[in-house]
Design a protein around this ligand. Structure first.
Ligand code: PHE
Length: 337
């Protein structure tokens, strides 16, 4: 037997009988390490006679391959032993840890439904900050300094003069500042007022603002869009009423009332939305801020609306008190899961 073959037999036996990764590693170093015996044979090759070299070289390669493979397979054996050892400590017959499945808040559900309906009519989503400046909340919306909505009793002011927006109409202004017409957006979000908190008033409530600006937009477009929205939401037999109202930033201004037999409230008219045709003074304020004439009131017209989301959800889900939305009472929330 060639000494190399002798070496192979020895090495494989030693690897096979290694009892753990430690002894296996010792064997690896002994044979394959830089000064290991297999490597030493590589050195010895140099001094061999020419005709011996190819034969011994071939044998040496075989031995190296065999030893390497044996070490790898023994390593894999040790690994899988270790893993099954760890798994054996787990009792797979034990019941699992149940995970509670959550559900969307009724206001979120309402919001999702509403966004779906407006998306189908081609409205894009717009966004703006809850903490606003007076200009976006009032001045740009044609609301003069002495308007009651700006009163400290009605609005949350920050020490630096900024405020919590009293409506999402601020996003009308921000959207028009950012892009020229045509515009067709909805902007859902929170709004804040210093109302006396009761069953129908909360310091924080939610709106979906809508803004549509194009050529020749009229009250008819506004009525068509919002009537469609209300029927999609509350059912085809829903009755929609438009009553004259006043907002500084729309002219004419309207309030929308709905009633539907399908709803638990039955035959009662409920106010759900303020809306109207965008006032030319709003376009002019935007133009001034933009420094151009992009919103020329002679060329463009538009409508805007502000839907009361809490109100809509209260009607749709027959919720008697707006405060329930914010109390995190699971007995309430589970009813909408
Ligand atoms: N911003 C008004 C409110 O909060 C609603 C509204 C929006 C009215 C857009 C007209 C146009 O009461």
């Amino acid at each position: 037997m060639h000494p190399l073959e002798q070496l192979r037999v020895e090495a494989l036996r030693e690897i096979e009988s290694a009892t753990d990764e430690q002894t296996l590693e010792t064997a690896r170093i002994k044979y394959l390490g830089r000064s290991g015996s297999v490597s030493a044979w590589g050195e010895q090759m140099k001094s061999l006679a020419k005709d011996e070299k190819p034969i011994v070289g071939k044998l040496l390669n075989e031995v190296r391959t065999a030893v390497t493979a044996a070490i790898e397979s023994r390593t894999a054996q040790f690994r899988s032993q270790k893993e099954s050892g760890a798994l054996s400590k787990i009792d797979i017959s034990l019941p699992g840890t149940p995970r509670e499945i959550g559900a969307f808040h009724p206001l979120t559900q309402m919001l999702e439904r509403s966004i779906q309906i407006f998306r189908r009519m081609g409205f894009a989503l717009a966004d703006g900050p809850d903490v606003e400046d007076e200009w976006h909340c009032f001045d740009a919306l044609n609301t003069p300094p002495d308007h009651p909505a700006r009163n400290e009793q009605d609005t949350f002011y920050l020490p630096d003069g900024r405020l919590l927006r009293t409506h999402t109409s601020t996003v009308q202004i921000r959207t028009m500042q950012a892009a020229p017409p045509p515009i067709r957006v909805i902007a859902p979000g929170a709004a804040y007022r210093r109302d006396e908190v009761d069953a129908t008033h909360s310091a924080q409530f939610h709106q979906i603002e809508g803004l549509y600006v194009d050529e020749n937009v009229s009250v008819a477009d506004l009525k068509g869009t919002l009537e469609f929205f209300m029927r999609e939401l509350f059912g085809a037999e829903t009755k929609v009423q438009f009553r004259p109202h006043h907002f500084p930033f729309t002219e004419p201004s309207l309030e929308i009332y709905v009633k539907s037999k399908a709803l638990k409230r039955g035959e009662q008219w409920v106010e759900v939305c303020g809306c109207g045709v965008v006032h030319p003074a709003v376009f002019e304020a935007v133009n001034k801020a933009r420094g151009d004439k992009a919103y020329d009131p002679e060329k463009w017209s538009g409508y805007a609306f502000g839907l009361g989301m809490d109100r809509l959800a209260m009607i749709l889900f027959d919720i008697p008190d707006i405060r329930l939305f914010a109390q995190n009472d699971l007995r309430f929330l589970r009813q909408f899961a």
